[in-house]
Design a binder for this molecule. Structure first.
Ligand code: SF4
Length: 165
């Protein structure tokens, strides 16, 4: 059975930076995946030791930043800064690498990640580009889907539907 990496907050875990969850409305699909043993839940930030709640953070773009700030963070060309002013770039980078390692260990070729997060965002994070964990997963050859496209991912898993981008 092909496994799928999923942002844990989409499964109802209260781990978002403000202490809430991001429970997905695609309940039937996620419950079926759970029964099938497909789910590999992960929170890249909590996994590397960020507390909940935690200050919001964003990727700071620079003159060197290219089309993918997530790749720039991984390459050291952009920083991740908390609202407190703390530079948490190194921890975010570790979170991205650890998430890609987890996905590979479980043989995941698909990931469903929460949009709008500096770690998990894949279609919009202030500037419409990939972020830390999403960029690392893409580099590892894993298809990253935002939570609004779970049905598309399910179709791809079962019938070979088109890629997310
Ligand atoms: S890092 Fe990802 S999994 Fe963790 S709370 Fe944020 S969006 Fe959800």
């Amino acid at each position: 059975m092909e496994r799928v990496l999923v942002s844990a907050c989409l499964l109802g875990r209260p781990i978002r930076y403000g202490g809430g969850d991001e429970r997905s409305g695609a309940v039937a699909i996620l419950e079926r995946w759970q029964r099938e043993g497909r789910l590999v839940p992960v929170c890249p930030e909590v996994a590397v030791g960020f507390p909940t709640p935690r200050p919001p953070a964003e990727i700071r773009l620079t003159a060197e930043t290219g089309r993918s700030p997530g790749d720039d963070v991984l390459a050291g060309r952009a920083r991740v800064i908390e609202a407190t002013g703390a530079d948490v770039t190194d921890l975010y980078r570790r979170a991205a690498h650890d998430t890609a390692t987890l996905a590979r260990r479980h043989g995941c070729r698909h990931a469903i990640l929460t949009d709008g997060s500096p770690s998990c965002g894949s279609t919009f994070v202030h500037d419409g580009t990939f972020t830390g964990a999403s960029a690392a997963l893409r580099r590892a050859g894993i298809l990253v889907w935002p939570q609004g496209r779970i049905a598309g991912s399910d179709a791809r898993l079962r019938h070979g539907a088109p890629d997310p981008s």
